[in-house]
Design a protein around this ligand. Structure first.
Ligand code: HAX
Length: 438
């Protein structure tokens, strides 16, 4: 498999750099920690390493050094489409190299071989109450599939070797990214289409096949491709990526690790914000616009009502970004091109005009601008995926790409078990009184 060999080559090139940094420059200081950071969620402390993507507060995400438009422009496209296949993006995330069409085709064939989800996983999900949240079903499905882990089998084989372990993480990673859309489609059909599963199309790329598997037409294929790529990676400090990395650092296999990541993604301050945005917007329509068109005044009132009731405005703010999220912009451009007249898009655009001003006046958030989740649900809604509690599952399918690429590299570079040090409140009070920890 050319991709695995490309990853091996890249890891061999990288390993001496990491080893040298740790050995020769290990004591060089790159950051210091304040009491505010210690109490406030470790915000902005530089203590994780990843080369898969980097998030600049002003510019937004770069995947392997490329902005979103550069990434879309550089990668080989799906047949008849202006978007790249997820397979080509996977090659790029893992290696940093733009693949040839032949290399992309090889990934596509490889994923088809890996794609089958064992029947017992479906049985377990079917046994859950039908009104369980789809994210609970997804994380249960990934956790249940742990039985298939090649890394776990290798660990207990008696011949575990630290240097070779990445190959087994790579195998699990490829299995997970190939299977998770099939699992997600199963959950969608179980919950919303009377448990009427649709077969895998052996000829279609991941995005196109996913469209087919949830009963969508051809026009949804690019939506799926764009959505999975945009949601893939956001460097490694966000809750889902960090949880995945943390759990794997104990040498838990990629299934256990990504189930943990998904559980983090399910939180309303993280991935579930896309569900919350749709919920907020539809409630707004129902409450304020049953007899009249939405106006800036009505939106302003609704935003203040939300803030005054102690809730956050979903889809706005970010822990790192200080500008409009380019993932938001990319989806907005898609809407402007493909669904400019959609009433929900118009409403969300109006919220975009008003919300930053309201949040700035409210004065709490460091970033009043929209994030990825403010725009994504509108597109799903427009194309007929109206079950908005499913939107975080779509995020989880995309995020698997970033988390699995990162785990492969984590193991390839032999990153250590994660174990930050905690302190007590009394210690903080003592150091506060002394002006710092001596
Ligand atoms: N509405 C109201 N208040 C907000 C806010 C928002 N959208 N965003 C931040 N704030 C508040 C915070 O709750 C915090 O208040 P307290 O001091 O009372 O605790 C204050 O402003 C300072 O927060 P911050 O430093 O600007 O932001 P954080 O790094 O603490 O939090 C969050 C970042 C994304 C969690 C936050 O902006 C938020 O809750 N946004 C709404 C939920 C959301 O859209 N989440 C998705 C983020 C993107 C993502 O991960 N997608 O998966």
């Amino acid at each position: 498999m050319a991709l695995k060999e490309a990853v091996r080559r890249k890891l061999d090139e990288f390993r001496p750099r990491t080893t040298r940094l740790a050995k020769e420059y290990g004591k060089v200081k790159i950051d210091e920690v304040t009491i505010e950071q210690c109490i406030g969620g470790a915000r902005d402390i530089r203590c994780l390493v990843t080369d898969i993507s980097y998030l600049d507060p002003q510019e937004g995400i770069r995947f392997r050094g490329k902005t979103i438009p550069e990434t879309f422009a550089a990668l080989p496209k799906a047949p008849g489409s202006e978007y790249p296949t997820v397979e080509s993006f996977w090659y790029f995330l893992l290696t940093g190299e733009v693949p040839t069409q032949a290399q992309v085709d090889e990934v596509l064939v490889d994923w088809k071989k890996r794609q089958e989800v064992p029947g017992y996983v479906f049985d377990i999900i079917r046994a859950m109450p039908r009104d369980s949240h789809p994210m609970t079903m997804l994380s249960t499905g990934i956790g249940a599939m742990q039985r298939e882990s090649k890394f776990a089998a290798y660990y207990t084989s008696g011949s575990f070797n630290k240097l070779g372990a990445w190959e087994y993480v790579y195998e699990d990673a490829c299995d997970i990214v190939a299977r998770i859309p099939v699992l997600a489609a199963f959950i969608y059909n179980l919950k919303y289409r009377d448990d009427a599963p649709l077969a895998i199309d052996p000829a279609l790329d991941m995005g196109a096949n996913f469209a087919r598997m949830i009963g969508q037409g051809d026009e949804y294929m690019d939506v799926a491709r764009m959505y999975f790529i945009l949601h893939s990676d956001h460097e490694s400090g966000n809750v889902s990526a960090h949880a995945t990395h943390l759990v794997h650092s104990a040498l838990s296999d990629p299934y256990l690790s990504y189930a943990a990541g998904l559980n983090g993604l399910a939180g309303p301050l993280h991935g579930r914000a896309n569900q919350e945005v749709l919920d907020w917007t539809l409630k707004f329509q129902k409450k304020y616009c049953s007899n009249e068109e939405p106006t800036r005044e009505l939106i302003t009132k609704a935003l203040w009502d939300t803030l005054n009731s102690g809730q956050v405005i979903p889809g706005y703010g970010h822990a790192v970004l200080r500008k409009t999220d380019p993932r938001y912009t990319s989806q907005r451009e898609f809407c402007q091109k493909h669904l400019p007249g959609d009433p929900l898009f118009k409403l969300v655009s109006m919220i975009f005009e008003v919300a930053p001003g309201v949040l700035a006046e409210h004065g709490k958030t460091k970033n009043p601008w929209p994030n990825v989740d403010a725009q994504s649900g509108v597109i799903q809604w427009h194309y007929g995926v109206k079950e908005w509690d499913f939107y975080t599952v779509l995020f989880g399918v995309g995020r698997a790409l970033g988390c699995m690429a990162n785990l492969t590299w984590d193991r390839g570079l032999g990153y250590a078990i994660e174990r930050p040090k905690s302190v007590t409140t009394s210690m903080l009070e003592k150091w506060a009184a002394e002006g710092g920890r001596s």
